[in-house]
Design a protein around this ligand. Structure first.
Ligand code: ZN
Length: 103
């Protein structure tokens, strides 16, 4: 496939592998981020970075359940309401054991 999404994923994968995240998705504008495939954001962007760019993402991205589950879980981790159940950086929702139990 030669689509722009496919190319971005291939280029991004190489940048991640060899440059150790020298370019952060946070540096891209709203317009740029529209071109990022969901599969790329899922695989190569940390949940904290995803949280940081979330408001800049398109509706297409925000509707993606895959991406929603990759956001950090502030419901159970490091929240400000004193109901934190875990210390340390919040895991993605898909890996949060408390989220799994409450499903
Ligand atoms: Zn959770």
């Amino acid at each position: 496939m030669g689509s722009i999404e496919n190319i971005i994923e291939r280029v991004g994968r190489n940048i991640c592998l060899y440059q150790d995240h020298i370019i952060s998705v946070c540096e891209f504008s709203e317009e740029d981020l529209e071109y990022f495939p969901i599969s790329y954001l899922e695989k190569y962007v940390s949940s904290i970075e995803l949280q940081q760019i979330w408001n800049k993402l398109s509706e297409k991205h925000k509707k993606s359940l895959i991406l929603k589950l990759n956001l950090p879980c502030f419901k159970h981790c490091n929240n400000t309401e004193g109901t934190t159940q875990f210390d340390g950086p919040p895991p993605p929702i898909k890996l949060c054991s408390a989220c799994k139990i409450n499903k």
